[in-house]
Write a protein that binds this ligand. Structure first.
Ligand SMILES: Cc1cc2nc3c(=O)[nH]c(=O)nc-3n(C[C@H](O)[C@H](O)[C@H](O)COP(=O)(O)O)c2cc1C
Length: 326
């Protein structure tokens, strides 16, 4: 049985988005939250607390993702999530942002596999004591910092701990989000560790992309999708054999998101700014509407924005999306 996860995306897949998506396009097996940071202060920012609060995630299969460096802080954060009722927490080992990496978090943790080993040893050694028995620990990792061959030492570490799932974004930190993911390297990992619970992630934008990866790696049954799902919110339904996205339902989804954000965010400018972050990805659904999309990006006021969106939906034609992985 194939499983599909919604990737964590900071600034994109917050609780308002998750609720709208889950209610209009049900069927995603898990939503990972954008990372929350476990700091020495052992407190989360208000925004992070809202994002994981159970009342904001009712009925949605959500997994909190934690960015950390110190075992102590990670255990605190994991216990916080367990107290809220979560039964899985995910460790971010991939965030490429400079300040994050500099502080030894995210992809920064990949630069020192021995330290990573000590991290898991300390965390899992005290897992039960911290009240976490019954809570799964999963990770989301890149292949390494600079060289894809770094995966060998990193996966030797992962393989020696009871991680519930290991999502592999098949790029290095240096690759950022560029180019085609390193499928050959993913294949090497799968070959060396056929029984690790790997989840494939990277550039799954269409049904054809998924078929290609599935074909090449029949051993993988679980896939995580990010940008492709933001562009086409119906992609998982289509992957499961359902109808491809229709223009009317994309409009309905847009309007729901816009309305919900307007209720929760302070001021039109902030809401429009946020909507434009979605359009960076959703715009790909209207490949023939460059001019109309430009008007959406340029809109400053509520009247301008709503007008530009109306024109785009009235005149635009949804893309026929084919293979994009190659
Ligand atoms: C805007 C943006 C925000 C992201 N935020 C996170 C994050 O909070 N945590 C994380 O592990 N990955 C984050 N990622 C990486 C995605 O989860 C995913 O690994 C990456 O986009 C590749 O998958 P895709 O090609 O399906 O988008 C982010 C990516 C983007 C583009």
């Amino acid at each position: 049985m194939m499983k599909y996860y919604y990737a964590p995306m900071e600034g994109i897949t917050g609780h308002v988005y998750r609720r709208a998506h889950h209610s209009l396009f049900p069927g995603v097996d898990k939503y990972y939250t954008p990372f929350v940071t476990a700091t020495h202060t052992h407190s989360f920012k208000q925004k992070e607390k809202y994002d994981v609060a159970p009342e904001n995630n009712e009925g949605i299969p959500v997994v909190p993702q934690i960015l950390a460096r110190d075992p102590e802080d990670f255990l605190w954060a994991a216990s916080y999530m367990a107290d809220l009722g979560y039964r899985e927490v995910n460790l971010n080992l991939g965030c490429p942002v400079g300040t994050v990496v500099k502080h030894g978090r995210g992809a920064g943790m990949l630069s020192d596999p021995e330290n990573l080993d000590r991290f898991f040893d300390a965390v899992l050694g005290r897992w039960d004591q911290a009240g976490l028995s019954g809570v799964k620990l999963s990770v989301k990792t890149r292949l390494g910092m600079t060289e894809p061959s770094e995966w060998e030492r990193l996966f030797a570490v992962y393989a020696s701990y009871p991680l519930s799932e290991i999502t592999v974004h098949a790029r290095t930190r240096e690759d950022a989000y560029r180019g085609v993911p390193r499928l050959d390297v993913y294949g090497e990992i799968l070959e060396k560790y056929p029984s690790l619970p790997l989840v494939y992630n990277g550039n799954l934008f269409t049904k054809e992309d998924l078929a290609l990866v599935k074909d090449r790696f029949p051993g993988t049954e679980t896939f995580m999708l990010g940008r492709g799902l933001v562009a086409d919110p119906a992609l998982v339904r289509e992957l499961r054999g359902g109808e491809p996205l229709g223009k009317k339902e994309l409009r309905a989804f847009h309007d729901r998101l816009y309305a919900d954000l307007s209720e929760t965010m302070p001021g039109t400018a902030v809401v429009i700014g946020k909507m434009k972050e979605y359009w960076v990805h959703m715009g790909a659904m209207f490949p023939e509407s460059a001019k109309q999309l430009k008007a959406v990006y340029k809109a400053r006021t509520k009247v301008e924005y709503e007008g530009a969106v109306r024109v785009l939906f009235n005149t635009g034609r949804l893309a026929e999306r084919k293979r994009s992985l190659y």
